[in-house]
Design a protein around this ligand. Structure first.
Ligand SMILES: Cc1cc2nc3c(=O)[nH]c(=O)nc-3n(C[C@H](O)[C@H](O)[C@H](O)COP(=O)(O)OP(=O)(O)OC[C@H]3O[C@@H](n4cnc5c(N)ncnc54)[C@H](O)[C@@H]3O)c2cc1C
Length: 405
């Protein structure tokens, strides 16, 4: 019998795990290596939204012009810590170049291609690991507290979003559930359909992990550095190391301007008791706050902090999350846990997925910014297509890392 091909997957987040599982499905003998950091990764700490509506790359003139209003100093979610200027300034200059209308339109078309296939890929992955209930295809809500925000939102309601995604006025049942969740009166809410969520990101990660091990996958604890990457210990290597993929890619000779776009969450099991179970993820638009009720508790997330992956956290952000939830009447008490973690973001807000032009035995899949949970299963399938020489279902040219050369 022919010996099975071996693959080393670097990174045990949702992208690495999905890649490892899809490679196993195609007959590879897979080893997953992760350094299991003290702080769980973004794939664990995210807000669980399958965001098929987010086809517009965040690198846009609209985002740039809106930035002064979005800064943390004026109550917004975005911060550029002065100590990390060496990280965010070069990133910001590249982002400005990527925000031109032409590149924005190209990026939007490329993201729409990926996102259009994200939910079917999630369905396949959840079914294949025997956990279809991980995926909830119940859309999400956007809630407004001021009449001005509601009027703005309603004007957008009738415009097209993305293929397969629709939006309209929240139903009477949604409004009633929001009334029970939130103490202050809301000015309105919009319901999205064609988007989804996971029942719990932590549970999703452990289910994928267990399925990989059950199918004979090996898991190693440790860091892969440039020296180990250079050793030919497997037929193929997959770089799926999230925000820390840059160092490995640069070791291969690929300029990779990735930044850690950090977010924060607070979570409380007690607060979940008063949050209606039927509510899907809710975006409180004016607060740039997303709240999801998971099996493990109620989670409130926000913030975009452009910094180094390993910079110390900013505790004011957890305090701000507490204040938001208290203002909404859903106070988080003594059982609250806090987390911060890194979205892996490239300046044009497109992921990097492809085969290395420097070393054809290396496949890379990282840089999924705010969409890694959404795109994990699809990225895994694409990695397996590249490994087996099959034609991926999407054109990968916009995602080649050479765009930064
Ligand atoms: C607050 C917040 C909310 C979010 N909400 C959503 C959401 O609702 N929907 C959505 O789609 N996305 C969301 N995201 C984004 C999403 O979480 C990320 O895009 C996604 O988790 C990235 O997955 P990954 O596998 O690429 O990286 P990670 O989850 O970061 O995993 C990478 C893993 O690789 C390991 N690693 C790194 N370097 C090495 C090395 N050299 N050797 C060995 N191991 C290594 C790390 O320790 C880590 O475990 C959110 C992110 C944040 C921060």
């Amino acid at each position: 019998m022919a010996k099975r091909k071996t693959v080393l997957v670097i990174g045990g987040g949702v992208v690495g795990l999905c890649a490892a599982l899809s490679l196993q499905d195609r007959g590879f003998d897979a080893t997953l290596v992760d350094d299991a950091p003290e702080r769980p990764p973004a794939s664990w700490g995210n807000v669980g939204h399958i965001a098929t509506e987010q086809v517009a790359p965040l690198a846009s003139w609209a985002m740039v012009f809106d930035m002064p209003r979005r800064l943390m100093t004026v109550g917004g979610p975005v911060s550029f810590p002065p100590t990390a200027i060496g990280t965010w300034l070069p990133f910001g200059l590249r982002l400005l170049a990527a925000a031109s209308p032409r590149r924005f339109d190209q990026g939007k078309a490329a993201l729409a291609d990926l996102l259009g296939q994200a939910l079917p890929a999630w369905r396949r992955r959840a079914a294949r690991v025997g956990a279809p209930d991980l995926l909830k295809e119940t859309g999400h809500l956007v809630a407004w507290e001021s009449e001005a925000a509601a009027a703005r939102g309603r004007r957008e309601m009738s415009t097209a979003v993305a293929d397969g995604v629709t939006r309209g006025e929240a139903s009477a049942a949604d409004t009633e559930a929001l009334r029970r969740a939130v103490a202050r009166p809301l000015a309105g809410a919009m319901r999205y359909a064609g988007t989804g969520s996971v029942s719990d990101p932590g549970a999703a990660l452990s289910t994928l992990h267990l399925a990989f091990v059950a199918a004979g996958g090996r898991v190693e604890r440790g860091v892969v550095d440039a020296a180990r990457l250079g050793r030919r210990e497997s037929d193929l290597v997959v770089i799926a190391a999230g925000a820390r993929s840059g160092a490995l890619m640069r070791a291969l000779g690929h300029p990779t301007p990735i930044v850690a776009e950090r977010g924060y969450h607070i979570q409380s099991a007690a607060a979940a008791r008063d949050w209606p179970e039927e509510l899907p993820p809710v975006v409180f638009e004016e607060r740039a706050l997303v709240v999801s009720r998971f099996a493990s508790g109620l989670r409130a997330t926000s913030f975009v902090e452009f910094t180094r992956h390993d910079a110390p956290p900013d505790p004011r952000k957890w305090a701000r999350l507490h204040a938001h939830m208290a203002a909404l009447g859903a106070a988080f008490g003594a059982d609250t846990t806090t987390w911060h973690g890194s979205r892996p973001t490239l300046p044009d807000y497109l992921p990097a997925i492809g085969v290395s032009s420097k070393d054809p035995r290396v496949i890379y899949a990282f840089g999924h910014q705010h969409l890694g949970l959404t795109l994990g299963p699809l990225s895994g399938e694409i990695v397996a297509d590249l490994a087996t020489g099959e034609r991926p279902a999407v054109d990968l040219s916009p995602f080649a890392v050479e765009r930064f050369a």
